[in-house]
Every structure is written in C-alpha cells, then in structure tokens.
Ligand binder design. Structure first.
Ligand code: URA
Length: 275
C-alpha cells in the first residue's frame, strides 16, 4: 500500500494501527510489500529461498519463532530462576533479566504487578494490553477501570488488593499467548503467588483459570464456584470469575461477576474475623 499521498491524520491512524499490531521498529524509509516480492529467478533447488515457499504452506508466525534455547531448557531455566527468588523485588528483577520468553522482544515494558501484596487479596488477569505495556502496570486501560469499580464495590482499591497477570509482557496485537509463552511465565507466576502469599485468589477469565488451576474447563462453568490452590502448607480459596474485558462486551454478565465479588468479600471478611 502506498502511503505517499496520505494526509497527516490518515498517516497517523495507519501508524497507530501498526503500533497496536505490535510493530515497534521502523527498518526502512519506504514500506515494502513482501507478500508481493517475487522469488529470484535463479533460485537454485539446492538453496531454496524462504520467500519462495509454496503459498499453501502456513507461514510461521513471529510468536512461534524458536526461542533462544530448546523449549525444555528454557522452561527449566525459568523454574530454577523463579525458585531462587526470595522476595517479590528479586522476582521482578529476575523477570526483567529473563530473555527466554519471545514476548520480551516485542514488549515495551515488563508488566509485573500493581497494588499491595500485603493486602491478602490477589487478582490474576491474562496478559497486558497496549496501555499496560506503555505504563508497565497491569489493568490500567478500559478493563482496568472496570476492575477498579468492581474492587470499589467490595470496599477495596489498589492499596487493598494486589494485581498481576499470567503473562508478564504484552503479546503483539493482543493475540492469545502461545503455550510456550504461558509455560515460560508459569514458574514466575507460581513463585509470585508463593511470595505474595495471599489469603484469597481471584482468577479473571479463562486463561487465568486454565493456567492457575490447570484445567480445560471453560470459565462459564468455573465461575462462581470456590476452588483451592495449594500454597506451602495451606489451601488458599480461589474464585474464578469473568474477565473485565468480557464484561465490557457482555454487560449482562456483570450481575454474575457482582455475585462472585460479593462472595469474595464475605469470605475475606469471615477470614479476618477468625483471626
Ligand atoms: N487484560 C488483562 O488480562 N490484564 C491486563 O493487565 C490488562 C488487560
């Protein structure tokens, strides 16, 4: 597509779309349509050109590019590194240094956590979006505003709740995280939960419930039913509920989420009264 004749507003709109889609670097003055590029005429069969791959063969997506280390080794490294962290600050530092997750290469910032880890209430979302990537904080966009209202409805805010995600870098264009990306982040997430040691966990949406509870059951079936998470020598109550982004698309489901949050409040209140 030629951009030469675009007016300023259209050019900015196009640029914003590219940034939203995960482009974070300009590598040429003029755009090149690589889909239209013809293979060189003299490409010999002994040196096949990648661009000349048959059109019907699926093109690998960037997210499926091989990690720097073999997958098993990267996941073992993630486990070893995460387990060695003794504090949340160390865990944040270790994640900032961890180069084996392909998402780090396209993200602007590490998105670790926000709120108060001493609060006893830990909420886990899916993955950072564009706003979170820009600010390096979870749930600061439209979903985050709704999450703040949901917390306010049970008398809490970011001083009395702790918020993180299953994935610590934004997947380009907000695509779903791949299995590899989830597996690489999981040891850090598990250590994150251990170090924050919450009294109660809230899982926001399908990905969070699937990863933390290791289940394939959908969020429609899971939500509103107490589960538990083994933490050292304790069982932590877990409430899976809808993701705020889903509630923005399906406002009718807010009633169920409201019930789930009330259950969370009641359970936390009774735990506090017991101590
Ligand atoms: N959605 C999420 O799951 N997490 C965020 O941090 C933002 C949007």
């Amino acid at each position: 597509m030629s951009t030469e004749n675009l007016d300023r507003e259209s050019a900015l709109t196009l640029l914003r779309w590219q940034v939203e889609s995960g482009a974070d670097e300009a590598i040429g003055e003029a755009p090149v349509n690589r889909f239209a590029a013809a293979p060189p005429a003299d490409a010999s069969p002994s040196h096949p050109t990648p661009a000349a791959a048959p059109a019907d063969r699926p093109r690998p997506r960037a997210a499926e590019a091989l990690p720097l280390e073999p997958v098993g080794e990267s996941v073992s490294a993630a486990r070893r590194i995460a387990q060695a962290c003794a504090t949340l600050d160390e865990l944040r530092g270790a994640l900032a240094e961890f180069d084996q997750c392909p998402l780090k290469a396209t993200a602007t910032n590490l998105v670790f956590a926000d709120g108060n880890p001493e609060s006893g209430l830990m909420l886990i979302g899916e993955a950072p979006g564009a706003d979170e990537d820009r600010q390096g904080l979870p749930f600061v966009g439209a979903s985050g505003k709704l999450l703040d209202r949901m917390l306010a409805a049970i008398g809490r805010d970011r001083n009395s709740a702790y918020i993180t995600n299953t994935i610590f870098w934004r997947p380009p264009g907000n695509r779903a995280p791949t299995t590899l990306e989830s597996e690489l982040c999981l040891p850090f997430l598990r250590r994150h939960i251990e170090l924050a040691s919450p009294r109660l966990l809230v899982l926001l949406g399908k990905q969070s419930a699937a990863v933390v509870l290791e289940t394939t059951e959908g969020i429609m079936r899971l939500r509103g039913k107490w589960k538990s998470y083994r933490l050292a020598d304790a069982e932590v109550p877990v409430m899976p509920t809808y993701h705020p982004a889903f509630l923005l698309r399906q406002p009718a489901a807010k009633r169920d989420a409201w019930r789930d949050f009330l259950d969370v409040k009641n359970r936390l209140d009774s735990m506090i009264n017991e101590t």
